[in-house]
Ligand binder design. Structure first.
Ligand code: HEM
Length: 246
């Protein structure tokens, strides 16, 4: 029987599918439906709004030039927690949406062991057991989940202030909030690189919702097998022969 989370998620997917559309051409596979894409871009939008409004508060002498975007320093400070709440809200929905494919498996532990070869490009294809998300993507996802919990707790403490939680709690919250933001920012740089130049063909997964079969068998062979029933390496070899006329 489907859990309450699955029922909610399925209903949301159905609703969003009637608002937007995903065209999957021949030789492509459906990667992310409309609901997932809408959530991802809301997450990204509020992440950057929170980040840029936060910069002006974190280091005003360096980033004061960001604050006019939000109507001045005072308004940046007022808006920042609301951008943060919206970011956490949309990421919570995204987390429910991806809970299943983000579960850690023994294949992920193997992926981590061979990460150097995969990331350096020495290994042209990901290991055959790599599913819908690879271990690197899962690590980042869970880092964001933990980061969101840290933002929420420390954010509420700072928002309510020393009058409610005491000066020490507020001081500790500032430090933890900023550490969490810096770790997440570092991760997002890697994420943006990997989703665009690092793994060509990935960006369209979040724009159009579809990816080429070649992308799927290269980066997510077990997922490719799950949706097509074909072995990834064999499919790649057949395509190579077809193209070279062997
Ligand atoms: C301009 C900025 C961004 C771009 C170009 C981008 C692009 C993408 C793409 C193409 C995917 C699909 C990957 C796949 O199907 O394998 C994806 C997934 C994802 N995105 Fe983003 N994204 C951006 C910003 C963000 C931000 C700000 C966050 C959260 C703070 C985020 C969190 C995620 C997560 C958790 C996933 C799933 C796992 C992964 O692929 O790492 N993204 N993104």
């Amino acid at each position: 029987m489907a859990s309450a989370v699955e029922r909610f998620d399925n209903k949301a997917r159905e609703t969003f599918e009637s608002w937007g559309q995903t065209t999957v051409y021949r030789g492509e596979l459906l990667r992310h439906p409309v609901y997932t894409r809408a959530l991802h871009w809301m997450v990204a939008l509020f992440f950057f709004l929170a980040l840029f409004s936060g910069f002006g508060i974190y280091l005003p002498w360096l980033f004061r030039w960001f604050t006019p975007i939000f109507g001045g320093g005072q308004l940046s400070r007022t808006m920042h927690p609301w951008f943060g709440v919206a970011f956490v809200f949309f990421f919570a929905l995204q987390a429910l949406n991806w809970l299943k494919p983000m579960a850690w498996t023994p294949a992920d532990t193997n992926w981590m062991r061979g990460m150097k070869k995969i990331v350096s490009g020495e290994e042209k294809m990901d290991p055959p057991e790599t599913g819908f998300f690879n271990a690197g993507q899962k690590v980042q996802f869970w880092e964001i989940v933990i980061g969101c919990v840290v933002y929420l707790i420390t954010g509420i403490v700072m928002w309510a202030g020393a009058g409610t939680f005491g000066r020490i709690s507020v001081a500790i919250s500032y430090v933890l909030h900023d550490i969490s933001a810096l770790i997440m920012l570092g991760g997002i740089f890697i994420h943006i690189y990997e989703s665009t130049f690092g793994q060509p063909g990935t960006f369209q997964a979040m724009i159009r919702g579809a990816v080429s079969e070649a992308w799927a068998w290269t980066f997510h062979p077990a997922w490719y097998k799950e949706v097509t029933g074909r072995d990834a390496r064999q499919a790649c070899e057949e395509e190579r022969r077809r193209m070279t006329g062997e």
